[in-house]
Design a protein around this ligand. Structure first.
Ligand SMILES: [Zn+2]
Length: 148
């Protein structure tokens, strides 16, 4: 019978909001070092290396591209430079007029050296989340099932 109206998913939000919500979920998973796609753990093999595939959903973090994480490295460098700007501004504002110039002179460069190392896996996964936001997964992004 039907009256010809398309039934929307009950109470579904507009597409724009769903896109924002999806992006927020992807980024939240990335900053907690989980697979942005499925939320599973174990995608970080070591601090400097991601697993070849997500142990849960088998997503390949590099999405089949050998230079995939150049974007992640760019993000990492931008983040390290942002650390310097934030440390400088916060220190100036909080300690003015007695700014600890010596501490800034040595502390800020040290923070800039340490930040990319500390943030390395986060920047890779945030880059992956950013990419998944703009370019949702396709079947090629997953490793073929392994025979048992
Ligand atoms: Zn996964």
């Amino acid at each position: 019978m039907g009256d010809g109206r398309q039934v929307d998913r009950a109470g579904s939000a507009p597409m724009r909001f769903q896109g924002f919500r999806r992006a927020a979920v992807l980024f939240a998973r990335a900053v907690t070092l989980r697979c942005p796609h499925c939320g599973g753990r174990g995608i970080v093999a070591t601090w400097f290396k991601l697993a070849p595939t997500c142990p849960t959903c088998h997503l390949r973090p590099e999405r089949g591209e050998s230079d995939y994480f150049l974007g992640g490295m760019m993000f990492n460098i931008a983040l390290a430079e942002s650390v310097f700007v934030v440390v400088l501004i916060v220190t100036l504002v909080v300690t003015w007029p007695r700014v600890p110039w010596a501490l800034l002179q040595y502390g800020a460069p040290a923070a800039m050296v340490l930040a990319p190392i500390i943030l390395y896996p986060f920047s890779k996964l945030v880059w992956l989340a950013f990419d998944l936001t703009l370019r949702p997964v396709v079947p090629n992004d997953f490793a073929p099932p392994q025979p048992h």
